[in-house]
Design a binder for this molecule. Structure first.
Ligand SMILES: C[S@@+](CC[C@H](N)C(=O)[O-])C[C@H]1O[C@@H](n2cnc3c(N)ncnc32)[C@H](O)[C@@H]1O
Length: 249
């Protein structure tokens, strides 16, 4: 790639990020979450700025950014699982917004996996704050781990992924989920949110979530539904279900 191509790519990525951040700010103002619960989830964090950045298993452009509140409630509401019997897992939970929203559903347990200790601490503090005013937060655990090495709970039935997860990372996580299902057969649903390329490449509306490409490549997963986001098409969610190969005709 020539220097000018590289420069153009970088400018496009910066422009994409600016448009994205402005849009997210507007959505956050329409559906306030942090001010309602006195938490810190809205502000994005570039992972390279964190003290532990050198040790994180993520790319240079990786960042924490929250899924909009209405998008999450809408997508989780479409997931057909027996809440009381399953653990919900947010793969890459960041500051823990999804965990707090998942607590609105009667999941048996709610687990957030996050590679950054700094973000885990913010998430734990947010859970502690909300638990003073809302019941059900005692079901939430925040685990500091690389998602590709995280031990999948035997009863995990719904996994949430929001960009930026590369197809490779997502594939490694799915392989662990598949192993877990082989050991403990059960229904499992995946929810991938966030269309588009984290590096600003490609047209966002024609893209499926980058991480969902892993489910497309693996025969065990079947696309159930695309749940349209009430916020913007970028945050559409793609739901997949595990298909037991042995029971296929
Ligand atoms: C875009 S944020 C999503 C946060 C949250 N799930 C939400 O939707 O509001 C992605 C998060 O994944 C985390 N992450 C990225 N790679 C990871 C990995 N390999 N293991 C665990 N967490 C990871 C990042 O640190 C970041 O906080």
């Amino acid at each position: 790639m020539s220097d000018s191509d590289r420069r153009e790519k970088l400018l496009r990525a910066i422009e994409f990020r600016q448009i994205f951040d402005d849009r997210l700010d507007r959505i956050e103002q329409q559906t306030p979450f942090d001010s309602v619960y006195a938490v810190d989830t809205a502000e994005s964090v570039e992972l390279w700025e964190l003290p532990e950045a050198e040790d994180l298993p993520v790319g240079r452009n990786a960042r924490y950014s929250p899924t909009p509140v209405r998008t999450v409630r809408n997508a989780l509401g479409r997931c057909d699982v027996r809440h009381e019997e399953v653990t919900f897992v947010d793969v890459g939970c960041g500051k823990g917004r999804i965990l707090l929203l998942a607590a609105e559903f009667p999941f048996r347990r709610i687990v957030g996996v996050e590679t950054s200790e700094t973000l885990c601490n913010v998430a734990r503090s947010n859970v502690k704050t909300v638990s003073q005013s809302l019941d059900g937060c005692d079901r939430i655990d925040v685990v500091r781990a690389d998602a590709t090495l995280f031990e999948i709970p035997d009863d995990a039935g719904l996994f949430y992924f929001y960009e930026p997860f590369s197809t490779d990372v997502s594939s490694a996580v799915l392989a662990r989920i598949e192993d877990s299902i082989r050991r403990h057969p059960r229904k499992v649903v995946l929810c991938f949110t966030g269309r588009g390329q984290p590096d600003g490449q490609g047209s966002e509306l024609e893209a499926t979530p980058v991480a969902a490409a892993a489910a497309e490549m693996r025969t065990q997963w079947r696309l159930l539904e695309i749940v349209h986001s009430p916020d913007a098409e970028f945050w559409d969610s793609f739901l997949y279900e595990y298909v037991d190969q042995g029971s296929q005709v």
